[in-house]
Each structure stands twice: as structure tokens, then as C-alpha cells.
Design a protein around this ligand. Structure first.
Ligand SMILES: *[C@@H]1O[C@H](CO)[C@@H](O)[C@H](O)[C@H]1NC(C)=O
Length: 399
């Protein structure tokens, strides 16, 4: 932490502020007589009691802020019960205490760069999302448009009827994970690391079918706890085609249109399913498009979505876990990721050089792009690995 950075001042300022707020109560001792108790006049006493309540409330809040900061600064000393206490941060203070609460909040928020009572963990930077999707994502005009529109629409709805469910389809290296990171970065402070974001990778988190009951319990608990802590939560299921079907069964009720489940409200959550399912179909459509001599950018959703949907519906193989979602119309948008061509690979290579502040020449970009394998055998149009591991490959061309 840089010296002079506001956060280094936190513990001191909080303590000071809380002390100021608590001064009247400071004389209070456990079970002892306070200045408020000494008031004989019943009306004075009544006011005094009310004041005491307010102060208690503010004191409790100070305690919570203090715990929050100490947890930030000394995570090792921050017990589990402290974290749970924080999760139940209670904003319903009586009016009088509210004023002090506002002072505290304003100050707290000026430090944390958030505004008013908004959740500091959520940034929802749609402008940033739009910029990044158009500048850093290559060759995906459809994904760019569908994702921006659907996310923007969802976030601006005052009361969404159901969670937003997007299904990303395409070959490896076409940008599904990349877009997921861009989304997380612009919607949440801390991006994928945010406590509002949960990523599940089928082969990593749910590798053995025989433990599926354990996985299910754990998954449900995690989803519920995350939404409880953070209404606009993001859940990412990578390798969704390998999701055990029974896990999906448990998720289904959450994805449907409903009011509340139990005391929980999932309507503000976002679910992303990433899979290579439909990748071949997408590639076929794009290949035929090329053969017809039409420009790639003119491929429209109508040209792909029906094919994708059909493939999902027709895959009777129950291992294609999330095809079940398509059958029940739980997916709001199918997002096709098109196969990448030579010139896209060059752009990825350029970004990789720029990202590491390295010099490059047009010739180097060609060399990197030429390292990739292109398919199909005859046309050699699409990079079989997309832009995957380009960042590692550029190391071979460093001076
Ligand atoms: C949104 O993102 C853009 C690009 O990353 C950034 O320049 C801008 O400051 C962000 N806006 C806010 C309000 O954070």
C-alpha cells in the first residue's frame, strides 16, 4: 500500500470518527449509571432513552465498520464469525442515528469511491464494457452486439422478471472466457475476483459423477450465499457441456421466472454457460458463408441461432448437461463465437505485444499467426486454437 493512500489512514480515521460519535455514550459503563440515567425529569429521560438507542445503533455500526476495515487490513486476524456479522450489515437505523450514519457513509464512500448507498462492489460500467468489447474482442461482431444489448437491457430494468441467462457457444480460443473476464471487470470491482462472482469449471469443480450429491449441495449453498450477499451476482459455468445433468436440475428453478424462492430473490443474478457445443455448426455456417463470397460481418443472429438451438435440442446425450436448459427455454440468448481467421490472430498477437509493452513489427505478427494450425484442410481458413495461448507464443519472438 502506498504511503499517503487514503486506505492507510483508515483505522485511525474510523476510530476517531467513531469516538466523536460515541462521546455521549463514552461515559457509559457496563451496568453502571450514565448521564442519561441521571435525568430525573420523565420527559428528559424519555428523550435520553431515545438518544441512547440511537447511539447504541451508531456504536454497533461503528463496530461493523471497524470490523470491516480490520478484516481488510489484517485478513488473518479476521474470524469467520466476523465475516458473517458483516454480511448482515443493518441499514435500518432510527431516524436520528440515520444522520450520523449518513456522515459515516459519505465519508466511507468517498474513500471507497462509491456513491450514496449503492453497493461499492458493483460498478456496472456499460461504457467501459462497450469500449472493451469493440476494441479488445476480435472477429465477434455477433457476440459483441448480443452481449452488450442483453446486459445493458437487463441492468437497466428496475425489476427484472428472471435472472439473465446467456449461453456462449464456440470453439476453443474464440473468446468465450475472454468476454467473461471483460464482463466481470466492468460489472464488478475486482472482476472475477469479486465476492459477487463465482466461476465453476465442470472438470475442476464437478469431476466425479459419483459425488454429484455433494456437489449439488455445495453448489446450491454457494449460489444462495452469493446471491444473499450480493443481489447482482454473476455465476459462470465453464465447460457447461460437461455439467452433470442432475446439478442442472437443481439450478433450473432459480433460472425460471418467479417471485422469490424461499426468502431469496434471484432475479438480479446473471448466469453464463460457456461451452463448445455448437462450435462445429457455427463453423459450418461461416464456412458456407465464405464459399458464397459474402462478408463475415454480414452474418446475422438469424443465420446462426436456429442452428444452435436445434443442435442443443437434438443432443439427446444427457452428458450435454446444459442442453436441458434450451429445452425448457431458460436460456435468454444464444451467443455464437465465430471461428477466427488469420487476420484476427494477428490482432490478438498485436494486443499481446502491446499488453506487455513490447515492440513488434508487422513481420513478427505474421510469424506468430503462421504458427497456428488452420482448418479445414483444404481452405485453411480458421485457426484451430483461435487466439488461445497467443500471449505465450509471442515470447518466442522477443529479442
Ligand atoms: C469505465 O471504463 C472505462 C474503460 O475501462 C474507464 O475509462 C472509465 O473510467 C470507467 N468509468 C467508471 C465510472 O468507472
Amino acid at each position: 500500500m502506498r504511503p499517503g493512500h487514503p486506505e492507510t489512514l483508515l483505522p485511525g480515521s474510523v476510530a476517531f470518527l467513531c469516538l466523536l460519535l460515541l462521546l455521549p455514550g463514552a461515559a457509559e459503563k457496563d451496568g453502571g449509571e450514565t448521564c442519561w440515567d441521571r435525568a430525573r425529569d420523565p420527559t428528559v429521560k424519555k428523550v435520553g432513552d431515545a438518544l441512547k438507542e440511537q447511539m447504541k445503533a451508531v456504536a454497533a455500526l461503528c463496530q461493523k465498520y471497524w470490523t470491516y476495515f480490520s478484516c481488510q487490513l489484517w485478513p488473518q486476524a479476521c474470524g469467520k464469525e466476523k465475516k458473517t456479522a458483516l454480511a448482515s450489515l443493518d441499514w435500518t437505523l432510527p431516524l436520528w442515528g440515520q444522520k450520523y450514519l449518513d456522515i459515516l457513509s459519505t465519508w466511507y464512500c468517498s474513500v471507497k469511491e462509491c456513491c450514496g448507498r449503492d453497493d461499492c462492489r458493483i460498478t456496472n460500467n456499460i461504457t467501459g464494457l462497450e469500449t472493451d468489447l469493440s476494441i479488445r474482442l476480435h472477429g465477434q461482431h455477433l457476440a459483441q452486439e448480443v452481449i452488450l444489448k442483453s446486459v445493458r437491457g437487463f441492468l437497466s430494468a428496475p425489476q427484472p422478471e428472471k435472472p439473465l441467462v446467456l449461453s456462449f457457444h464456440g470453439w476453443t480460443g474464440t473468446g468465450k472466457n475472454f468476454v467473461t473476464r471483460i464482463l466481470a471487470d466492468h460489472l464488478y470491482r475486482g472482476g472475477l475476483e469479486s465476492e459477487c462472482v463465482q466461476v465453476f469449471i465442470s472438470t475442476l469443480h464437478f469431476p466425479h459423477l459419483r459425488y454429484v450429491d455433494t456437489y449439488r449441495e455445495k453448489l446450491m449453498r454457494q449460489v444462495r450465499d452469493t446471491v444473499k450477499n450480493c443481489g447482482q451476482a454473476l455465476f459462470v459455468f465453464d465447460e457447461a457441456e460437461k455439467l452433470p445433468p442432475s446439478l442442472l436440475e437443481t439450478l433450473k428453478p432459480l433460472l425460471k421466472q418467479h417471485d422469490t424462492i424461499g426468502d431469496m430473490d434471484y432475479q438480479r443474478a446473471i448466469f453464463l454457460f460457456l461451452s463448445n457445443l455448437g462450435g462445429n455448426t457455427i463453423n459450418e455456417v461461416v464456412l458456407n458463408w465464405f464459399k458464397a463470397g459474402w462478408p463475415r460481418e454480414e452474418i446475422a443472429m438469424e443465420d446462426l441461432e436456429p442452428h444452435l438451438k436445434a443442435e442443443m435440442l437434438n443432443s439427446m446425450d444427457s452428458n450435454f448437461g446444459h442442453s436441458q436448459l434450451a429445452k425448457e427455454n431458460l436460456i435468454d440468448f444464444f451467443v455464437p463465437f465465430l471461428p477466427l481467421e488469420y487476420h484476427h490472430i494477428r490482432l490478438c498477437a498485436r494486443d499481446a505485444f502491446l499488453g506487455q509493452d513490447l515492440e513488434y513489427t508487422e513481420e513478427t505478427l505474421d510469424k506468430v499467426a503462421n504458427m497456428m494450425v488452420y482448418v479445414p484442410k483444404d481452405e485453411k481458413l480458421f485457426s484451430a486454437q483461435g487466439c488461445k495461448s497467443i500471449a505465450q507464443r509471442i515470447n518466442l519472438f522477443l529479442p
